[in-house]
Design a protein around this ligand. Structure first.
Ligand code: MN
Ligand code: MN
Length: 300
């Protein structure tokens, strides 16, 4: 179905997406929990890797958004296929390593796996945080071209920590949008996919934009959609997103993955990449390649 050149392009977009996720996380993290006005007062426009913030980060340092995505990606790459227990083990190992940042709902879900082996957290209407949506990229990569597999793996990984209808809907939409962008679909086609989400769950309506960028998955997705669909470049998308403040590293990570997939690896700002840990950059690129090559797109 896909020619060699088309497959090469998908691999390149996949690398762009995983690097884009880390770039958005690292750019936004210093502004996490700041308001739009506070960011303007402190930085003017936050468009460089400055580090700092409440976590006292080094410039270019990533947080839980990238680290949890790495847990998923490494588990799939190490086992050569989707394996939920391997993912849960990696998340458990990560939590035990005392990460600089971890959300409450994620911590509770991972702790329940550690203590009781729970792989599915019970439904809870308060679990509407963005913690499951922020780690969707590896799922999108390793299930390319198989819609059913994408949906099954999305729900499995999401329910490790979050089991709530709006979180599920956001995770499924992020996975689908990432796959569309990775395979070169147009902005209009992506927009139609979001309209479909909004027709089922009107709370994701983002036009007019309400200006909320909190960790509530609905606010997070509104912010990502608002910024992504107006952006004309990877950089402008991520800058616009993190400058909304709030959960800026997470909105930045999701928007960065989407924009990285859509615009492609060659459009990522070199000055940002230079600030990232070299080993991390190499691993993200390699994992992106390996996950896509394990997907049904490459191994039908
Ligand atoms: Mn984070
Ligand atoms: Mn965050």
């Amino acid at each position: 179905m896909h020619s060699l050149a088309a497959k090469e392009e998908i691999l390149s977009r996949a690398r762009g997406a995983f690097l884009g996720l880390a770039l958005g996380d690292a750019l936004g993290a210093p502004a996490e929990f700041l308001t739009r006005q506070e960011i303007r007062g402190k930085y003017g426009v936050l468009n460089e890797m400055v580090g700092g913030g409440w976590l006292r980060l080094k410039p270019g340092q990533v947080t839980d958004d990238t680290e949890m995505s790495l847990c998923l990606a490494r588990a799939v790459a190490d086992h050569g296929e989707w394996k939920l227990t391997a993912i849960a083990d990696n998340l458990a190992g990560w939590l035990k390593s005392k990460p600089i940042d971890v959300g409450d709902t994620c911590r509770r879900g991972i702790r329940n796996y550690l203590l009781k082996g729970t792989l599915e957290t019970p439904p809870n209407e308060w679990d509407g945080g963005n913690g499951a949506a922020m780690r969707m990229l590896p799922v999108a990569l390793c299930t390319l071209s198989d819609q059913e597999l994408l949906e099954r793996c999305t729900i499995e990984q999401a329910h490790l920590t979050h089991n709530q209808p709006l979180s599920d809907a956001a995770c499924l939409a992020v996975g689908k949008l990432l796959q569309m962008a990775l395979t070169g679909k147009s902005l209009l086609q992506l927009r139609r996919e979001v309209d479909l989400l909004i027709s089922r769950f009107p709370s994701f309506t983002f036009d007019p934009y309400k200006g909320l960028a909190t960790g509530y998955v609905v606010d997070t997705m509104q912010t990502v959609f608002h910024c992504f669909f107006r952006a004309r470049s990877f950089e402008s998308c991520v800058v616009e997103t993190v400058n909304q403040g709030g959960d800026a590293d997470t909105t930045g990570a999701i928007a960065g993955a989407l924009a990285g997939a859509y615009f492609g690896e060659e459009y990522l700002p070199a000055r940002w990449l230079k600030k990232m840990d070299k080993k991390l950059v190499a691993e993200l690129r390699e994992l992106a390649d390996r996950l896509v090559k394990l997907s049904p797109l490459f191994t039908p």
